[in-house]
Design a protein around this ligand. Structure first.
Ligand code: TXA
Ligand code: MG
Length: 324
C-alpha cells in the first residue's frame, strides 16, 4: 500500500520525492499519471520499471507553461494555436525536440520528437514549483486499465510507489488526445478527451487519423486497457455468464440475465460515459464474469475515444498493432 494524501497535504511530500528521483502518482483531468522528473534518467527508468512498460514506448512530457514548453520543443504556427486554445487541458502535441533541451532520451525512446502536454490542476502546480517537466504515463501496469481514482492506482501499483496524491475521480476519464501537425495535415495519433470536432472548429479543417506509416504513437498497441474478462463489443444480446456494460436508456435482449450490469450513462451522455469507462470496466471485471458484453456506443465526439479504448480492451491479447 502506498501513502495516499489529499491534495492539500500532498504538495511538499510530492516535491521531496520528485527531487529525490522517485516516482509518484498524481491526478490529472484525464487519468492518474505516474510522474517523475523528465530530466533525470534514473527517475525515468523507474517509471518504465514500475509499469513494466516496454522501452520503445515513449512517455508524455508534462509542462506548466509555454515558456517551459518552448525550452523543450519547436512550435509551428498550427501547434501554437492549438496550445493557446486548449492548454491546460487534454491535448498532447507531438513536436520536434529543440536543440539543447534537457529531456532524458529514455523519455522519448530515442525519437527526434517529443509528446508535450500541459495538465490541469495538481500536476501543473507541482511542475511550476519543481521548475522541471514531469514525464507521466498513465499510472497502471502496462497493458491494463488506466486509473481514474486514487484507489485504482493503489490497487494496481500501491506496493511499488511511495505516494499517491488523491484528487478524487478524474473529470474526463480517458487519456489526452495526441495530435501531430505535419506537412500533409493535422493528424490525431490517439483519440482522447479533446474531440476531433473541437480541434477542427479551431483550425477550420478536417483532421486525419493515425500516424501514416510505422507506429507513430507507439503506445497504440492493439491489446491495451485490458481487463481479465474477455470484452465483446456492439453486443445485441447478453449471453450466458456475461456481464453487461450498458449505454443509454434502452437495454439489449437478455440484459436481465447479465451476471452484473453497469450503465456508462443512462441518459446517453458521452462525457459521462467517458468519465465512467475505466471504473465501470474494472468493477465489472471484478465480478468474475467470463466476458463483458458492451452495448453499441455512438462514434461521434468523445465516442471516438471511448470506442477506441473498448476496441483495444477487446483485442486478442498480444503485441500486435491494430490496423487503422
Ligand atoms: O492523458 C494522458 O495523456 C495521460 C496523463 C497521465 O497525462 N498520459 C498518458 O500517457 O496517457 P501514456 O504514456 O499512457 O501514453 C502516451 C502515448 C503513447 O501512446 C506513446 O506512444 C505516445 O503517447 N507518444 C509519446 N511520445 C511520442 C512521440 N514522440 N511521438 C508519437 N507518440 C508519442
Ligand atoms: Mg497508458
Amino acid at each position: 500500500m502506498a501513502r495516499i494524501l489529499p491534495l492539500e497535504a500532498a504538495l511538499e511530500p510530492a516535491l521531496d520525492l520528485l527531487e529525490a528521483g522517485q516516482v509518484i502518482a498524481i491526478p490529472t483531468e484525464t487519468v492518474y499519471g505516474l510522474a517523475a522528473d523528465a530530466t533525470n534518467g534514473e527517475a525515468v527508468a523507474r517509471i518504465f520499471e514500475t509499469k513494466g512498460r516496454p522501452h520503445f514506448n515513449p512517455l508524455i512530457v508534462h509542462v506548466c507553461d509555454m515558456a517551459m514548453a518552448e525550452t523543450i520543443a519547436q512550435f509551428d504556427e498550427t501547434s501554437r494555436r492549438l496550445a493557446e486554445s486548449f492548454w491546460p487541458g487534454p491535448l498532447t502535441l507531438v513536436l520536434p525536440l529543440r536543440d539543447g533541451h534537457d529531456i532524458h532520451p529514455l523519455v522519448t525512446a530515442g525519437l527526434k520528437t517529443v509528446a508535450l502536454r500541459m495538465p490541469i490542476g495538481f500536476g501543473r502546480d507541482v511542475i511550476a514549483r519543481l521548475h522541471r517537466p514531469l514525464a507521466a504515463p498513465s499510472a497502471n501496469t502496462s497493458g491494463r486499465i488506466s486509473p481514474t481514482n486514487a484507489k485504482a492506482v493503489d490497487d494496481d501499483l500501491g506496493a511499488k510507489i511511495g505516494l499517491v496524491v488523491d484528487g478524487g475521480a478524474t473529470n474526463i476519464g480517458v487519456e489526452s488526445t495526441i495530435v501531430k501537425v505535419a506537412d500533409d495535415g493535422v493528424r490525431i495519433l490517439r483519440p482522447g478527451g479533446l474531440t476531433a470536432e473541437q480541434i477542427g472548429d479551431v483550425l477550420g479543417l478536417e483532421l486525419g487519423r493515425g500516424g501514416g506509416s510505422g507506429i507513430e504513437a507507439p503506445g497504440m498497441l492493439a491489446s491495451h486497457y485490458a481487463p481479465d474478462a474477455a470484452v465483446r463489443l456492439d453486443a445485441s444480446e447478453v449471453r450466458q455468464h456475461e456481464a453487461l456494460l450498458a449505454f443509454g436508456p434502452h437495454r439489449v435482449t437478455g440484459a436481465e440475465t447479465a451476471t452484473a450490469m453497469l450503465n456508462l450513462s443512462p441518459t446517453g451522455d458521452l462525457g459521462e460515459a467517458a468519465a465512467n469507462l475505466y471504473a465501470h470496466l474494472k468493477a465489472l471485471d471484478a465480478v468474475g464474469a467470463s466476458a463483458i458484453a458492451v452495448e453499441p456506443i455512438p462514434l461521434d465526439g468523445l465516442g471516438e475515444a471511448i470506442n477506441d479504448r473498448l476496441r483495444r480492451a477487446a483485442a486478442p491479447r498480444g503485441d500486435d498493432i491494430l490496423p487503422e
